[in-house]
Design a protein around this ligand. Structure first.
Ligand SMILES: [Zn+2]
Length: 93
């Protein structure tokens, strides 16, 4: 995949360590959490969602846009999985 959508997704992934404080980061290309005790925990795990929601300060639209960019990155890594999972979870409240 090329173009602005890919650049947007790459930027979103690059911002993850800041938004998550370096914990509950996605393992790629599996998109499972690298911090939760269960190594199969799909990312975003609940703590990751809480941290991202806190980062956005309740701005659900911004959080949804950010998750959408990550969705593109997950899709690039693994076209057949996790896209659905990211969509299902959506913005935390
Ligand atoms: Zn986690």
């Amino acid at each position: 995949m090329t173009g602005p959508l890919t650049a947007h997704a790459v930027r979103a992934v690059d911002q993850l360590p800041v938004r998550l404080g370096g914990e509950h980061m996605p393992r790629r290309p599996e998109w499972t959490c690298d911090t939760c005790p269960d190594t199969d925990t799909p990312w975003p795990c609940p703590p990751a969602l809480v941290r991202m929601a806190e980062y956005h300060g309740g701005d659900d639209a911004a959080l949804a846009a950010y998750l959408g960019a990550l969705d593109i990155a997950a899709y690039a890594d693994q076209p057949d999985a996790l896209r659905h999972e990211l969509r299902r979870i959506g913005p935390a409240r």
